[in-house]
Design a protein around this ligand. Structure first.
Ligand code: IMP
Length: 179
């Protein structure tokens, strides 16, 4: 539970997110057209709403799996050390893989997960992130598809939390601390 009082200002509306997901899904469906071995891998927990909306727009035969990497804990500071808390259920050797991330911030999480999954020899590995904060990047990584580029703000909603709260907001908002 957050320790300081704050309010949430809307940054990206639910309608804008839905429209962008439609666009992204068209591109992804075109990229993977003809495959029958695509596994969509959600990075828990922040991507659970995004992946749910995204897969329902994909006109492809897919499997869905999840992987969980360690995140911020209850603070807003990122950590360089990424640990896998929950691994995939499926073997991905020879499969097409689409990794779905909520936010690329420093990039440590996504680059670690990409390295790990590539070592398992998938046929193709692509990445999508709903949000990108390029000004915060420390690890040289770029998702293949990005929903929205955002400034260096701490955001919540649409699956994304602040100290585990606010994941259920239907929009993306930014956290503003109040006195
Ligand atoms: P990175 O390893 O620094 O790129 O951080 C990635 C993870 O940190 C994301 O998947 C989020 O879970 C979390 N994160 C980064 N920025 C924010 C934010 O603004 N709000 C909430 N979580 C964030």
């Amino acid at each position: 539970m957050p320790k300081r009082p704050y309010v949430i200002d809307e940054l990206i509306s639910a309608k804008t997110i839905a429209a962008r997901i439609e666009e992204l899904s068209r591109d992804i469906t075109a990229e993977f057209h003809g495959t029958d071995k695509l596994v969509v891998v959600g990075l828990l927990r922040g991507s659970f709403v995004f992946i749910a909306d995204l897969v329902r727009e994909l006109d492809l035969p897919i499997e869905v799996d999840f992987i969980e990497a360690s995140s911020y804990g209850d603070s807003t500071e990122s950590s360089r050390e990424v640990r896998i808390l929950k691994d995939l259920r499926s073997a991905i050797e020879g499969m097409d893989v689409l990794v779905v991330e909520d936010i690329v911030d420093t990039g440590f999480t996504l680059s670690h997960v990409i390295k790990l999954l590539k070592s398992r020899k998938p046929a193709r590995l692509r990445t999508i992130a709903l949000l990108d904060k390029p000004s915060r990047r420390e690890a040289p990584v770029q998702a293949d598809w990005i929903g929205f580029e955002i400034p260096d703000e701490f955001v919540v909603g649409y699956g994304i939390d602040f100290a585990q709260r606010n994941r259920n907001l239907p929009f993306i908002g930014k956290v503003r601390f109040t006195p």
